[in-house]
Ligand binder design. Structure first.
Ligand code: FAD
Length: 467
């Protein structure tokens, strides 16, 4: 990886002059927080040399220009909830946190959009939309902690992507600072636009390697009139996951289809100390449906109940929404109690191949001798696997994890799948990206990175190495 210059005391003074004395610091105890994300393995941590908290887009641009002039690396950071080490400063340098960009600028229910700064928490976006009688459809499970700018940068998915798509489908336009320090607005508040390259879609999902997003105009939708959550419980993983295909082929259009395997259900039950239905044997599929009227809701509920029962469900219940979503969202914390060191995999396959992919995950984990927990945004073909290190010695853990990944990704790519459905490549999956991506495709990505960031100062060492 390319070498960068250190942040000298003189440069720290200059950074303080740009963002304000208290918003640029290098105290080691404060830097620690910015050395990692939510990846539960401390081997990925890297301390920055300095953290800056700019308050305006102009300040961000100034800091980026300085970083170019001095050849210092700079890593944009949202809330640090990422699971791919995208916000980890692997070359030291500057971490630029967007935490002061916390204002909701405008909610316009009439024209169905809202304008927010990049450091607004996703659930605050949802709440502000709802308070105006509208609906923001982005819904990552980390919504109570992640920032909307981080969602754009990672193209976050989440629970409602089955019906509404991922974050990139919720965005009209955004403001960003380019890797050279220019301020630009990408996208437009238009429903169609064929005026040149679609740069906003290139930047969304680029994990902070092509620009620093400071503000976004998001799409709003009318609030659904009726929403229901059903819990279908199945006796085995294959039958549970196969329900996705049955549902889609039957023309039912769920908002969410989430899977939790039985071991995860039991972990969550222990963690929350709340009894969950059929937790002794059941694998869960949580299905959310929206309806225009009570009659429509009743018809859809009956159709789903019939479909799940006909395809092997042990029970189909109208779920206590608050309780079931709390259980679904608690899985990361619940499984962390079982093993402090874990590896999260985030594979995605075509939706019709998801039963095979789930079977492969379990088969390969058993073969290499690793314990796993599985949840899935099943309606999107996206499987989250949590592998436990437990008390394995580090070398043995690395060996087994390497074997698991090697075999699983071979299978996933043969199915037409990819390494990550929503968490991204970051630093953690960079080697796998190199190994599994078409070299021509990777070369195109490198050329884009080189063209937009000629000094390679913005978030180096992420997604792929450039040299
Ligand atoms: C419990 C839990 C549940 C989760 N559930 C989901 C889920 O359902 N769906 C999902 O997609 N993800 C999920 N995640 C992962 C994570 O929350 C998302 O990737 C989220 O979008 C990251 O936002 P953040 O603000 O925390 O970004 P960070 O972690 O700070 O950064 C993530 C990446 O984005 C870049 N970045 C951040 N902000 C900006 C910006 N303003 N401009 C440019 N680049 C920027 C960083 O450099 C980094 O590469 C979950 C994580 C946890 C811990």
């Amino acid at each position: 990886m390319q070498q960068y210059n250190p942040v000298t005391p003189k440069i720290l003074t200059e950074l303080k002059a740009i963002v304000g004395e208290k918003y640029a610091f290098d105290d080691p105890d404060k830097l620690e927080t910015y050395s990692r994300d939510e990846t539960p393995d401390s081997k990925y941590a890297h301390q920055p040399e300095v953290v800056v908290l700019p308050g305006t887009t102009e300040e961000v641009a100034h800091v980026v220009k300085l970083a170019n002039r001095e050849r210092i690396s700079i890593v944009p950071r949202g809330a640090g909830t990422g699971l791919a080490c995208g916000a980890v400063p692997v070359t030291g340098g500057i971490v630029l946190s967007l935490e002061r960009f916390d204002r909701i600028i405008e909610v316009n229910p009439e024209a169905m959009y809202m304008v927010v700064q990049a450091g607004v928490r996703t659930d605050e976006v949802q709440k502000a939309a709802k308070a105006a009688g509208m609906f923001y459809a982005g819904d990552p499970c980390s919504g109570d902690s992640c920032f909307i700018g981080g969602n754009l940068a990672t193209n976050a998915g989440g629970n409602r992507a089955v019906k509404y798509g991922t974050t990139r489908h919720q965005v009209y336009e955004f403001e960003m600072v380019t890797p050279l320090g220019d301020i630009v607005h990408l996208g437009s508040r238009l429903n169609k636009n064929t005026s040149g390259y679609c740069l906003e879609q290139l930047v969304m999902g680029s994990e902070g390697t092509l620009g620093i997003i400071t503000q976004a105009t998001l799409k709003l939708k009318p609030l659904p009139a009726h929403v229901i959550d059903l819990l279908a419980v199945f006796p085995d993983v294959a039958t549970a996951i196969a329900i996705v295909g049955h549902m889609l082929r039957a023309g039912l259009t769920p908002t969410c289809v989430e899977f939790m395997d039985n071991a995860t259900v039991q972990s969550v039950e222990r963690f929350l100390q709340e009894k969950l239905p059929n937790s002794d044997i059941g694998h869960y599929v949580i299905i959310q449906m929206e309806a225009e009227s009570e009659e429509d809701l009743e018809n859809k509920t009956v159709a789903l109940d019939d479909l799940c029962s006909a395809h092997g469900a042990i029970s189909v219940l109208v779920a206590d929404s608050q309780k079931i979503w709390k259980a679904r969202k608690a899985f990361t914390e619940a499984t962390r109690v079982e093993s402090a060191v874990q590896s999260f995999e985030d594979v995605v396959v075509p939706v019709n191949r998801i039963p095979e992919a789930a079977e492969a995950c379990n088969r390969i984990a058993a073969k290499v001798g690793l314990t796993l927990r599985m949840v899935s945004h099943a309606g999107d073909g996206n499987i989250h696997i949590t592998l436990f290190r437990g008390d394995l010695p580090e070398t043995e853990w690395d060996r087994r994890l390497g074997s698991f990944q090697e075999e699983l990704y071979e299978v996933v790519y043969r199915m037409g799948g990819r390494l990550s459905g929503e968490h991204g490549i970051g630093y953690k999956r960079k080697d796998l990206m190199q190994r599994f991506t078409d070299p021509v495709e990777l070369d195109m990505m490198r050329r884009i990175k080189n063209a937009l960031d000629p000094n390679l100062i913005l978030n180096p060492g992420k997604i792929f190495d450039v040299e």
